[in-house]
Write a protein that binds this ligand. Structure first.
Ligand code: LAC
Length: 222
């Protein structure tokens, strides 16, 4: 490789934690909060996959609201619109995983270009990057909204390479989401799986050559 790859980071589940939103859910749902957070996240991703299969696009804020509605209904809760708005609003303040700041700054000194590549809408990505104090480390925030289709459509990964001005093989996606890793690799990107799930990968695709359990480990290995 004559020049180092551009790095593209997934946002939700990789840099910030969408499950820790159970702490906001707890105010309304008590003991069901963690279960609700897990259903919310699983449905949110399912809706992105289904919209993509339907060749229809609604942005991630819409998807996040509808999947919250499903999670609440599935557990027998009916919250007021204002409370639902507050919960969806908490997506703008999701907490970064431990050590993310330090490691991103270390990676910054090695990578020529650092990007976010996420399902999040442009507004959501700007908000969460600002509140998690991650804005200054990235050259660019790339949203799937620019191609109006979700991961793991190859269009998303091809578009990211185009935005980064690189052949796709010179971009490396870093994601904790196996579906994202498998999708990016299938589209021709380099990949890293950031294992935040105790080794549980999807057998739908090959395990990537590069697997790490923290961004600090990635900063050492790259
Ligand atoms: C994202 C999804 C995968 O940030 O959570 O793109």
């Amino acid at each position: 490789m004559d020049r180092p790859e551009a790095l593209a980071f997934d946002m939700y589940g990789t840099l910030v934690d969408p499950i820790r939103i159970w702490q906001q859910l707890e105010i309304y749902l008590g003991d069901s909060a963690l279960r609700a957070a897990e259903i919310w996240r699983a449905k949110q991703l399912e809706y992105t996959f289904r919209l993509t299969a339907m060749q229809h696009y609604e942005d991630f804020e819409w998807v996040t609201r509808r999947s919250l509605d499903y999670a609440l209904a599935s557990l027998g809760y009916d919250l007021a619109d204002e409370q639902r708005r507050t919960l969806v609003g908490a997506y703008d303040d999701l907490e970064p995983f431990a050590g993310v700041h330090e490691s991103l700054h270390q990676l910054r000194s090695k990578a020529p270009t650092m990007a976010v590549l996420s399902n999040g809408s442009p507004r959501m990505l700007q908000a969460v990057a600002r509140s998690a104090r991650l804005g200054d480390v990235f050259d660019i925030l790339i949203s799937v909204d620019e191609v109006r289709t979700y991961k793991p459509s190859p269009l998303v990964y091809q578009h990211a390479a185009h935005r980064l001005g690189r052949p796709i093989a010179e971009v490396r996606l870093i994601s904790s989401n196996p579906f994202d890793v498998i999708g990016a690799a299938a589209a021709g990107m380099q990949v890293v799986w950031l294992d935040r799930s105790a080794g549980l990968f999807d057998p739908l695709g090959p395990r990537p050559d590069l697997m790490v359990t923290s961004l600090a480990e990635l900063a050492e290995r790259l």
